[in-house]
Design a protein around this ligand. Structure first.
Ligand SMILES: [Zn+2]
Length: 406
């Protein structure tokens, strides 16, 4: 299942306006992260723009939105895979296909030998070398707050709202979306959200061969590195489709697997599989659980999305209610006291205690990362996944880029 690149729901009038705009006047295209962040018309927000660091690097990526494979000339990826593959079990086979068709599988769900979450909700791997998935958070009455499938090109109203509330979240970004909408991705990290990977093309991971599953994770990390200058250390499987084979590949890439306990099913509304009222009921039921003490000893995570206007609007509508019900709403990494969210050490997250005391901002030793110029991110784009950025050097390069730009 491919997610739409242009996802806002448009009324017929809006479509008409869009067509008129495209055909008669040129649609406004964003020129920088700050410029993109100021656009309020969804059609203009989602007008494709040119961003040189991405355009210049496309040859190093699989086709956007297509299932990933390691590029034949990508010796770095091949070498990392050769290393990781040694720890990947070879007695766990792909389940069904990458589109989630399991009709032809004969998996023993009762025994669940592969700890296949999608069928059994298993989060403690059968392979003892693997850590358990994160499905809840240790802090009582706390919600690990996050959104999947971004960056969405028309997320400005939603991100404006989060900014107004001084609320940070964990954003699970799809690699293809990051390359399509780099300014939107940059806005997320610059406003203090935690960034995790959500694969390259958003397919069912247990349906891939091990090498292709590696490519799905590897190129999503590489896209985030190119656009944001950081290498994520967490990921969420699309549809929660993970088993011990996929966990081993993620572990090899340094990615912690984040799942959820409750599903708002907000993502099903656009497809017509569920009504808005049912989504609201799911939110309400989640909130009722806070009130009946379900999370008194341990906090929770609910699956929600920045997928389209409905999912984002619902998040905004329910924010005050969640905030009221839970003691704390914090990014998942904050709830885990994971102060170093990326491989690069020039970013840090506040501790849980710091966050709930009001220090909600992700720190960065490179001040240029908050200039919103967009250029600061490109300065580190040539660094490889395994390279740890030297902060003074990054600052120096950023300065040079800014000097050139102005
Ligand atoms: Zn997703």
């Amino acid at each position: 299942m491919l997610l739409p690149v242009f996802s806002p729901k448009l009324t017929p009038n809006a479509i008409l306006v869009g067509l008129i705009t495209f055909s008669s006047v040129h649609a406004r295209t964003a020129t920088s992260e700050a410029d993109e962040a100021q656009i309020t018309d969804p059609v203009e927000e989602c007008t494709a723009y040119y961003y040189a660091p991405v355009s210049n690097a496309l040859d190093g990526f699989p086709t956007i939105w297509q299932p990933a494979t390691i590029l034949s000339n990508d010796t770095e990826a091949q070498s990392i895979w050769a290393n990781i593959s040694q720890s990947v079990p070879t007695n766990i086979y792909p389940h069904g296909d990458i589109y989630g068709d399991w009709n032809d599988t004969t998996y023993n769900v009762a025994e669940d030998p592969d700890c296949w979450w999608t069928r059994s909700l298993c989060t403690t791997p059968k392979l003892s070398s693997l850590p358990p998935d994160v499905a809840s958070v240790p802090e009582p009455e706390t919600m690990g707050y996050g959104f999947d499938d971004g960056p969405n090109c028309s997320h400005n109203a939603f991100y404006d709202y989060l900014l107004e509330q001084n609320q940070k979240a964990t954003m699970f970004f799809i690699g293809s979306n990051v390359l399509d909408w780099p300014f939107e991705a940059q806005r997320a990290i610059d406003e203090g959200h935690e960034i995790c990977a959500h694969t390259w093309s958003h397919h069912y991971m247990t349906g891939f061969s091990s090498e292709d599953a590696f490519a799905e994770l590897y190129y999503s990390m590489k896209a985030i590195k190119l656009v944001l200058g950081v290498t994520p250390t967490c990921w969420r499987p699309p549809f929660g489709d993970v088993d011990d084979r996929i966990r081993a590949i993620a572990e090899g890439l340094g990615l912690q697997t984040i799942i959820w306990q409750y599903d708002s099913f907000d993502w099903e509304e656009q497809a017509g599989n569920i009504t808005a009222a049912q989504v609201y009921a799911n939110y309400d039921n989640f909130i009722a659980r806070v009130e009946n003490g379900t999370f008194d000893s341990e906090g929770s995570i609910m699956l929600t999305h920045e997928l389209n206007n409905f999912t984002m609007q619902t998040a905004v509508t329910y924010y005050p209610k969640l905030k009221d019900a839970f003691k704390h709403l914090v990014p998942v990494g904050v709830a885990l006291n994971k102060t170093q969210p990326y491989v690069e050490t020039n970013y840090s997250l506040p501790t849980f205690e710091e966050y709930i005391s009001g220090n909600t901002t992700t720190n960065s030793s490179s001040s240029t990362n908050s200039t919103s110029s967009g250029t600061s991110h490109s300065s580190s784009s040539s660094a490889t996944l395994t390279h740890t950025i030297n902060s003074p050097l990054l600052a120096l390069i950023s300065l040079a880029v800014l000097t050139l730009a102005f």
